[in-house]
Design a protein around this ligand. Sequence first.
Ligand code: NAD
Ligand code: DAU
Length: 340
Amino acid sequence: MRILVTGGAGFIGSNFVRLILRNHPDDEVVNFDALTYAGNIENLADLKDNPRHTFVHGDIASTRDVARVFRGQGIDAVVNFAAESHVDRSLHMGPRVFIRTNILGTQILLDAARKHRVQRFLQVSTDEVYGSLGPTGAFTEATPLQPNNPYSATKAGADFMVRAAHHSHGLNAVITRCSNNFGPYQFPEKLIPLMIANALADKPLPVYGDGLHVRDWIYVEDHCSGIDVVLRKGVAGEVYNLGGNYDVPNIQIVKGILKLLGKPDSLITYVKDRPGHDRRYAMDNTRARTELGWQPAHPFDDALRETVNWYVAHQTWWQRIVSGEYRKAYDQMYGWRDKE
Ligand code: NAD
Ligand code: DAU
C-alpha cells in the first residue's frame, strides 16, 4: 500500500510513519507536511535515506499543493494527521488558521481522494469533539458532538465533512477519535513535555486552575497501532474511539513527572485557568477492542518513565525547538529541492 500521511513531521504523524515502515515492509509512505511551527523535519532525520519514505513540503489547505502531491503518486490510502492541534493557541491566537487547516484542508484532501479514487481515507480526530463529561461515564462513538473550544469545534467540523463525503459520495472513509497522547517528539507546548522541560530547568510548572481536570492518557505508539488497525480493518463510515484507559487529574501527572526526575513539588505553580476548560474526558474503547482486536499495550507508568528518559536523553532536540533553531533544519536537509 502507498499511503499519503499528512502532518507526518509532527508528533503523532512522525511516530506513525515509523510504525508503518517498521511493521509493513511492503508499504510506502508519502509524507506531506507544511512544516508549521509544530512540524519539525528533525523528527524524520533517521528516515532521510529510507527509499520507502518520501517527504513532500506542502499545505493541505492549498488546492495546488494537494493536486501536486496526488499527481502520479499512485496513492492508495490517506491518513490525515495535519492539523493545528493546540487548544491554547486556538483560544489565545484566534481560530482562523484552525478553520483553514482543520476544516478547509480536510475538505480539499477529501475532494482529491475522491478524484483519485483513493481506496481508504482515515481522519485522525480527537475525544475533544465530544465536549466535557460530568463526574461519571465515558465517551462512546454514539456520544453527541459538543465541542467547547475553537480547536475542537474545527475538528468536529472536519469529522462532519468526512462523514458527508462517505454518506453522499461513497468515499471509503473512517474516523478515529483518540485521547491525550504522550511520548517521544511531542512539541514542548503540551502538558507532559512542557512539564518535563521546565522541571529539568528548575522552572515553575504552570498547572491550570485547581489541577483537577481529568484527561485520559495514551502512549503515542498505542494510538499509532490503533490507527494502523482501523486503516486496514475498520468498517467504512464508522468511527472508532481509541483511548488508554488511564484517566487521571492533571496534578497527578505533574507530580509523577517531578518524582521521576527527583525534583520538588514546590516547582508546581497554580495559574489562571484555561477559558472554558473541559473538566473531564474518559474514553470507552470497547468497539476498537472487540470488533478490531486492538488494545493499548503500554502500561502508563512504564510509558511515562520511558518518555521522561527520552526527553532527558534528547535535550538538544527540544532545546532547539525552544530556541527556534529547528526551523532552519528543513533548508539544511531538503531546501535544495525547493530551489530546483
Ligand atoms: P502536531 O501539532 O504535533 O503536528 C501537526 C502536524 O501537522 C505538523 O507537522 C504540522 O507542520 C502539520 N500541519 C499543520 N498544518 C498543516 C497544513 N495546513 N498542511 C500540512 N501540514 C500541516 O499535532 P499532533 O499532536 O501530532 O496531532 C496530530 C493529529 O492528531 C491532529 O489532527 C490532532 O487533532 C490529532 N490528535 C492529537 C492528539 C494529541 O494528544 N496530540 C490526540 C487525539 C488526536
Ligand atoms: O484530548 C485530545 C487532545 O489532547 C488533542 O486533540 C489535542 O490536539 C492535544 O493538544 C490535547 O489537548 P489538551 O488541551 O488536552 O492538551 P494539553 O497538553 O494542552 O493540556 C492537557 C491538560 O493539561 C489540560 O487539562 C490543560 C492542562 N495544562 C496544559 C498546559 C499546556 C496545564 O494545566 N498547564 C499547561 O501548561
